[in-house]
Design a binder for this molecule. Sequence first.
Ligand SMILES: [Zn+2]
Length: 198
Amino acid sequence: MKQSVKDKDIVLTGQYLGVVEEYLPDKQSTYIKDGEIYATKAGILTIDDNKRVISIKGHHEEDRKTVQTGDIVVGTVLFLRQYSVGIDFQTINNKIHFNSSYFGNIHVSQISHKYIEKISDAFQITDIVRFKVIGQKENEYILSTVGKDLGVIHADCSICGTPLDKVGLNKLRCSRCGNVESRVLASDYRNVNQNLRY
Ligand SMILES: [Zn+2]
């Protein structure tokens, strides 16, 4: 009986990973021999829960410190401008990435499917927001929060600092002072299973 592997295992080149009945092997990082799947490179194993795709990422990919198009970034809003936000990036694709202040540009049309008049209706300073990187222009990243998983995941009352409660679609209310504010919220607002302040 060959040893089974699990998500996030470190595997070696040539290591047995499983059988084709069990997983959908990634062509870039695995090969199949007699219905069995083997690693073509060393790295960290990823097993996609939904599709059962099995693939390997090299260590250098896991440790990547630069932001690329398609990345999902969680960060804190440092400042707002008319059409843009300054973001202190905290995680890239759920991996902790400290000490990185980037300038992200988000056009009002890339905030929500719904019409947003001004950026302050969507975000405020100190909000924690989940973005998708959709491009790069010189030193600025072009960001989007269109999509139900994207948007504000934590916001504090701008008057008293109490975490705001969701009271409607993109509406928040402070339980302490009664202040009502609007944001573009991610579907898991204040229900995120990760440490948000590093
Ligand atoms: Zn308040």
